[in-house]
Design a protein around this ligand. Structure first.
Ligand code: FMN
Length: 326
């Protein structure tokens, strides 16, 4: 199916980062890949969106190491605790764009995901960095081989004001891309204005929404739960916010295709987003996050993800009976 010039396999994609780079480098401990994803055929998604990639490798607030051995697992889990915490109805995270860098991704991971439809997420701190990222993707990926590149100018936990560069990024990076460009919107920014800027600049689609800026403190000490203090809230808790953003974009007359992400877990969640005005829907936290004991149930949770995937594939534009014809 098509969203403008973006070709997807169906209307259910996965949100940036939740399935890492689409493949793991370590067979025994699938670092960067969720236990749930191991039981879901990733090639059946409309597309899989990569973790956000930067020009250079970045530790962020976490680590780029992916050679953890089993005895090191407790140390790895402790580290996770400083960048990712469960909270009421969702999760807050502040990984800070930890990633291997665009060159390593294109060399070591992308060639092993050729069975998947891929959206490559790109992140930078200046228009020049976005131009470099687009050029590197252009140089390696033939036209048509990926669904799109997605520009992440809406992340909270890298502590940067993207509004200062957005117009330059749109003016300089979008026209250079050989691939369709998606702009990812933040519910905490002026998303109506950003969507209009995107439409003028030739962006092909919008992803709404990125995580919501959030904070949790230890109630006894006041210490932030995350090392970065602030993080991004995802999961069930943000679904009504995502629905509000998609609906307001449509009410404001935005006609670009919208890929909705934010707390989607069930077919009914997808249906709600389609009613609000989305053209495609995206699974984020639902494909990865669980309590540690919950990971023992990964195969069962994967069955649930597969059910949603089957329903969207079967019903195409109308995910369930009575859904809006879009
Ligand atoms: C652990 C984690 C890491 C994320 N990393 C990225 C990222 O690198 N780039 C990005 O654009 N969004 C990132 N996101 C945001 C998701 O792609 C998605 O937009 C958001 O979580 C809302 O969907 P959900 O509520 O279904 O998770 C991340 C979310 C989580 C939970």
């Amino acid at each position: 199916m098509r969203l403008g010039d973006i070709v997807l396999r169906n209307r259910l994609v996965t949100s940036s980062s939740l399935l890492g780079y689409g493949v793991s480098n370590t067979p025994l401990l699938p670092y960067g890949m969720s236990p749930i994803s191991l039981f879901v055929p990733l090639a059946e998604f409309g597309a899989v969106t990569t973790r956000t990639l930067t020009v250079e490798p970045r530790e962020g607030h976490f680590t780029t190491r992916d050679d953890w051995s089993l005895p090191e697992l407790p140390g790895l889990l402790r580290r996770y605790g400083t960048v990712l915490r469960g909270t009421d109805g969702g999760w807050i995270n502040a990984f800070g764009w930890c990633n291997v860098g665009i060159d390593a991704y294109l060399r070591d991971y992308y060639p092993r995901t050729r069975d998947q439809r891929v959206i490559i997420s790109l992140g930078g701190f200046s228009a020049e960095e976005f131009v470099t990222l687009v050029d590197r993707v252009n140089a390696v990926v033939p036209v048509g081989d990926i669904a799109a590149v997605e520009l992440n100018v809406s992340c909270h936990n890298v502590n940067f004001d993207f509004s200062t560069i957005l117009q330059d990024v749109l003016d300089e990076a979008v026209p250079r891309s050989n691939h369709p460009v998606i702009l990812k919107l933040s519910p905490d920014n002026d998303y109506l204005r950003n969507a209009q800027q995107a439409a003028k600049a030739g962006v092909s689609a919008l992803t709404a929404i990125n995580t919501v800026k959030a904070l949790r403190l230890d109630p006894r000490t006041g210490t932030p739960l995350l090392a970065n203090r602030y993080g991004g809230l995802s999961g069930r808790a943000i679904k009504p916010i995502g629905l509000r953003v998609v609906s307001e974009l449509r009410e404001a007359g935005v006609t670009l295709p919208i890929i909705a992400t934010g707390g989607i877990r069930t077919v009914d969640d997808c249906r709600e987003y389609f009613w609000a005005g989305a053209d495609a829907v995206s699974l984020g936290s639902a494909t990865w996050l669980a309590s540690y004991p919950g990971y023992a149930l990964a195969p069962v949770r994967a069955l649930h993800v597969r059910r949603v995937l089957r329903a969207i594939r079967r019903h195409g534009a109308r995910p369930v009976r009575g859904g809006p014809a879009r």
